[in-house]
Design a protein around this ligand. Sequence first.
Ligand code: PLP
Length: 395
Amino acid sequence: MSYYDRANNAFMKAYGRFDVTFDYGKGVYLYDKDGKRYLDFYSGIGVNSFGYDYKPYVDAMTDQLHRLMHISNYFNSVEAIEAAEAVIKATKLNQVFFTNSGTEATEGALKLARKYYYEKHGKADSEIISLKHSFHGRSTGSVTLTGTPAYQTAFGPLIEGVKYADINDLESVKKLITPRTAAIILEPVQGEGGVHVCSQAFMNGIRQICDEYDIVMILDEVQCGMGRTGTIMTYFQYGILPDVVCLAKGIGAGFPIGAFVANKKVGDALKPGDHGSTYGGNPMAGCACKTVFKIIDEQKMLKHVQDISEYLIDKLDEIVEKYDWIKERRGLGLMIGLEFTHPVKPYIQKALDKGLVLITAGTNVIRMLPPFIIEEKDVDEMIKILTEVIEEVNN
Ligand SMILES: *Cc1c(COP(=O)(O)O)cnc(C)c1O
């Protein structure tokens, strides 16, 4: 039986998987079990910021694996402390809670905002405002925040009190505000929803509303954070600070870790016993996280992301110009979407056949989340394959 058939037999059918079984990776390339090479513009959904077998990361993790893996959160490890300090420095916020994934980060942020409201009002009747076409995870609370009915309908009843506004439409947010509004949650750049970027005016407006009514402003930077858009947090490009930020994906660069990070005012609402996680921020995860910050810093990754992004965007805009069936290019840094006038699934499959890994974001958008370490030659190779794919699909 093929690996594909074995996978289909063994796993629940929750994913539509491609017929590719990867064996190992090196740099920006993945290799499948037949030895075929793939250029990776996907990074396991924006996780593998440093590509594969990146020596400083592998060395640090190997060393940690020998020393200490897990101790629970009732004790301290140097790795978790140093990771938390690095997160605080990078986010300009004050307190960290480590999780194992993005959905746990948004779930935790939701609980934190509700607790903050509860301490203020003495009632557990808060409301949350989220955005349509957002994505915040798949557990029951976070899937309620996810403003995409396709992910929700079959899994009700959802949590109470969540309302959805439109991105870049401040009036649609204002209409939903009530004395019970505890938090507004949004992604600076919507990932799964199609790579839609929040406007400066929208972000300013949300900050202002949250200040005015003491509403907790939560930014979900699980996908766009950790350097992917060219600054360590995307919100620095807007010149604002959220009250809470959610992180995952790139914060571990391949090892499962997430975090929700708060300023002191909001973070202090959590008291001993209020929240927990057996694994969250264990020494392995702490090591991954602190090593990620160290590498981004020492290797001047942010500058590289900015530079290579400019090159990538120029090349992509030439393609957008050339083909009528591409509507536009969106995104920031190395988080880019190409919106077509029609479904892009055939492009993704054909690219894979030709050794290029891409993903979709919604039906009509090709999404690119390459590792930070890509060079101009990798962009050139991607553009060459993508151009062939576009020509072939449309002939
Ligand atoms: C991926 C993602 C999540 C969920 O993260 P998981 O680790 O899959 O639970 C939440 N929010 C955003 C913006 C994401 O991109």
